[in-house]
Structures are given as structure tokens and as C-alpha cells.
Design a protein around this ligand. Structure first.
Ligand code: SF4
Ligand code: SF4
Length: 424
């Protein structure tokens, strides 16, 4: 099926977009389709990626013609429950590849993290159908890089909404989160023309919780040895979490989990029982940022969990749906998001505990901390994370990298040496 007319209508640069899709397709072929013994259910995710700028965008565009709104976000602090309650769709706008770098550096300093630069590059290069179809783009005041870059993004898009977020977990911080979520609810109501009542909010919570429960089930199954699914495939599922129709996504993940349960019963896995089991921790990895997991899993180790916003940090807690009024349900949403232990919080002891807990629960023998260059929150926090883990005899490797492929050989050497340390 050709989507050229749709992409043109969205204002994409077709030649640049074709080039992007071709690189994406080639990368996917080399990194994902070359893996052995993938669960049959990954066919669905192959299809999603092959149609990530096609069918899924068409669904959004068709929905818009029927009055459904699309809201784009760069952070897991944007409460999807509220968006769903208004029958709108939330899509992730973070991107994992360098694009239009020269143009980006006219707007942002060179020493900005790859994630922020990439989001700008996709906008300036006119290659992201999600940002172009969004009726509202939500920026959030988290790290300094993001909050300052939104001042510039505001000059490039007509529909930026900025959400303030606390940086300290205190009663004042929680009060700020509450008032910002209430302001966001009002903004979503104004955008969609829908009044969010308790029944709608309950339904929104149910849809998002079901999605989270499915990925929790997947995480638990990865504790088995041999591990029934690769870290790359599990990461891909966590990435698709941000794009797909939530109900279809939940069903697809649950189907894979049924297959993984069978595999575990039969003692089948994607790597030998002796393969070193590693946990990834740190900055989020957006599509198509697969470099480090690919290096790790082609070096003989297997990734058994992601302590990341594209992973367990983003999905681990459910929202309590027991309330019966809008106020009670909004409080439950605030309670749930308040627990997210992003490195923008100071101090942030919960994250240190959570990384160790995850390593233990997933039977990981080591942790690789992934920091994006120029990401102060995660690069700084990597040092106490490493210290806390090493004190618990969990070997840890700190990696700082970006989206380029220039350091692949160097990273591979370091990862291989770390794997040897674990084996010895
Ligand atoms: S790492 Fe922090 S800023 Fe980034 S998506 Fe997660 S919560 Fe948001
Ligand atoms: S990776 Fe770090 S610097 Fe970049 S947007 Fe996320 S928190 Fe900010």
C-alpha cells in the first residue's frame, strides 16, 4: 500500500523520509530478523515496525477525520489515563536516530543529548509523521536540556503545551504534580471537547493498566533460565508500547507471553543456560536506538530487563482504579506517577534500590548502565548506581555513548571484557 499521499498531506519531505525508512528497514533486518529462535508472536511486531510510519499513522489520520485527537509526548510523566479518558491517543515522540544534525545545531548547542537532538532533527528534517499528526505536543520540565529546548521547539510547532514537573519528592512536589495534572486534564478536555467523568477515567485507567500488566507478565517470564526471549525483542515490545493501539498491543503481548510459557515448560530459550544475564539501566532507548543491546547480545550475553523509561521504570506501577469519583481517580493517577524514579529527582534513592531489586529479581549477573553523552541526570547518577550495585557484589559497567555508530568497536571491546569478568 502506498502512503505517499498521506505523508505529503502531513508535510513530510518524501525523499528524506524514504532515506530514513530505508536505513530503518536495513537496520531492522540486520539486528532483529537475523536473530535465531524468535517467538512466533514477534511476527506481529515485525509487522508493526514495517508499518510504523504507514498503517499506524493512517489509523491516527483516519481517527482525526472522525474527530479523535492525537497527543504527542516525550516523557512517561504524561498521564496516558487522562488522554484515553477523552478518547484521544497518546503517542511517543522520542526518537532514536540522528537526523538533520547540521540543521539541529543551528537551534541547539552541539553538546545536547542525542535524544533531544534527534527529536528536533525529525521535526526539522520533516520525517516524523507522528509529530506532524499531533494536535497537541506535550513538553515537560524535566531535565535542563528538555526544558530549555522546549522554548525553541515552541517556535517550530504551533501546538506545544508545557507541563511543569517537580524535581524533589516532597509534599510541595506532590502538590505541583497534582495541580499540573489537573491543568492537563482541563487542556485535554478543551482540545477534545470531552468532559472527563469518573466512568471515562476508570476506563482510561483500565486500558493503560492492562497494557502495563501485559509487559509485567513479559518481564516476569524473562526471569527463566534459559531466557525465552531476547533482550532486543523485549526492548522492541517496550518501544512499540508508545505507538500501538493499546488494546491490540495488550493482546499481542499476552499472546507472546502464552508462547513464552510453553517455551519455558519445554526448557527452550534464545540463549544457552550459561549465557551471562545482564540488566540494562539508564536513559530511555527510543526506536531505532538498538546499538548497545545489539552489541551486548552479539557478544554472548543476554539482556533480562531494562531499568529505563522504555522498560520497567516507565511501566512498573499500576494506577489504583478503586476510586469512584474524578477526584479519587485523579489522586490515584498522581500517586502512581509520583513513584516514577527518573534521575531528574534529587535526591533519588528509590532508583538505586530499584536497580538492585531488578537485578536480583531477574537473576541478572551484572548491570550495564547506559548514559547518553551530555545527559547530566543519568551520567551523574550512574556513579552512585554503580557504587550501590558493586557494594552488593553486582558487577557494573558504565557506558556513555550517543546515536552514532563510531564507537561500536570500542563499546564491543568493553562489553566483551565485562562479560569475561562476569564469567570468571
Ligand atoms: S528519563 Fe525522566 S525525563 Fe526521560 S522519559 Fe523518563 S521520566 Fe521522562
Ligand atoms: S537523555 Fe538525559 S538529557 Fe536527554 S532528554 Fe533524557 S534526561 Fe534529558
Amino acid at each position: 500500500m502506498s502512503y505517499e499521499a498521506m505523508w505529503t498531506e502531513l508535510g513530510l519531505d518524501l525523499a528524506a523520509h524514504d532515506a530514513l525508512l530505508s536505513v530503518l528497514g536495513e537496520g531492522y533486518q540486520n539486528i532483529f530478523l537475523s536473530q535465531k529462535d524468535r517467538p512466533a508472536g514477534m511476527e506481529y511486531f515485525n509487522f508493526v515496525i514495517s508499518e510504523v510510519h504507514g498503517l499506524r499513522v493512517k489509523e491516527l489520520v483516519d481517527g482525526k477525520k472522525e474527530g479523535k485527537k492525537v497527543i504527542g509526548s516525550f516523557c512517561v510523566f504524561v498521564p496516558e489515563e487522562i488522554v484515553r479518558a477523552a478518547d484521544a491517543t497518546l503517542v511517543g515522540l522520542c526518537t532514536g536516530a540522528d537526523f538533520a544534525t547540521e540543521e539541529v545545531e543551528k537551534y541547539l548547542p552541539r553538546n545536547t543529548c542525542s535524544l533531544i537532538k534527534s527529536a528536533f532533527g525529525f521535526k526539522l528534517g520533516k520525517v516524523c509523521p507522528y509529530i506532524e499528526s499531533a494536535d497537541m505536543i506535550v513538553g515537560e520540565n524535566t531535565c535542563d536540556g528538555k526544558k530549555k529546548s522546549y522554548e525553541t521547539l515552541n517556535t517550530l510547532v504551533p501546538n506545544l503545551y508545557v507541563m511543569d514537573l517537580p524535581q524533589v519528592k516532597s509534599s510541595a512536589g506532590k502538590t505541583l504534580l497534582k495541580s499540573e495534572y489537573e491543568r492537563f486534564k482541563t487542556a485535554v478536555e478543551e482540545l477534545t471537547g470531552v468532559t472527563i467523568d469518573a466512568a471515562r477515567l476508570k476506563k482510561g485507567i483500565e486500558i493503560v493498566n492492562n497494557k502495563r500488566k501485559a509487559v509485567h507478565r513479559l518481564s516476569t517470564l524473562r526471569r527463566a533460565n534459559p531466557v525465552p526471549i531476547s533482550g532486543l525483542d523485549a526492548l522492541l515490545i517496550n518501544q512499540v508500547f508508545f505507538y500501538d493501539d493499546p488494546i491490540r498491543f495488550t493482546d499481542s503481548v499476552n499472546k507472546i507471553c502464552d508462547q513464552l510459557e510453553e517455551r519455558i515448560k519445554e526448557g527452550k530459550g534464545v540463549a544457552p543456560k550459561s549465557a551471562p544475564r545482564l540488566l540494562l539501566s539508564g536513559c530511555p532507548m527510543a526506536v531505532p536506538n538498538w546499538k548497545l543491546p545489539w552489541i551486548i547480545e552479539t557478544s554472548g550475553a543476554v539482556i533480562v530487563g531494562e531499568e529505563s523509561c522504555v522498560g520497567e521504570r516507565g511501566t512498573r506501577n499500576l494506577t489504583d482504579d478503586g476510586g469512584s469519583t474524578v477526584e479519587e481517580l485523579m489522586d490515584a493517577i498522581i500517586d502512581r506517577y509520583y513513584k516514577v524514579d527518573c534521575a531528574i529527582f534529587t535526591p533519588n534513592p528509590d532508583r538505586l534500590d530499584h536497580v538492585s531489586e531488578m537485578a536480583r529479581a531477574n537473576n541478572a549477573q551484572g548491570v550495564i548502565h547506559y548514559g547518553l553523552q551530555f545527559c547530566q541526570p543519568y551520567q551523574m547518577e550512574a556513579i552512585p548506581v554503580e557504587k550501590a550495585l558493586e557494594e552488593k557484589d553486582i558487577p557494573t559497567l558504565r557506558v556513555d555513548t550517543d546515536y552514532s555508530m563510531e564507537d561500536v568497536e570500542q563499546l564491543k571491546t568493553r562489553v566483551e571484557a565485562f562479560i569475561e569478568r562476569i564469567k570468571s
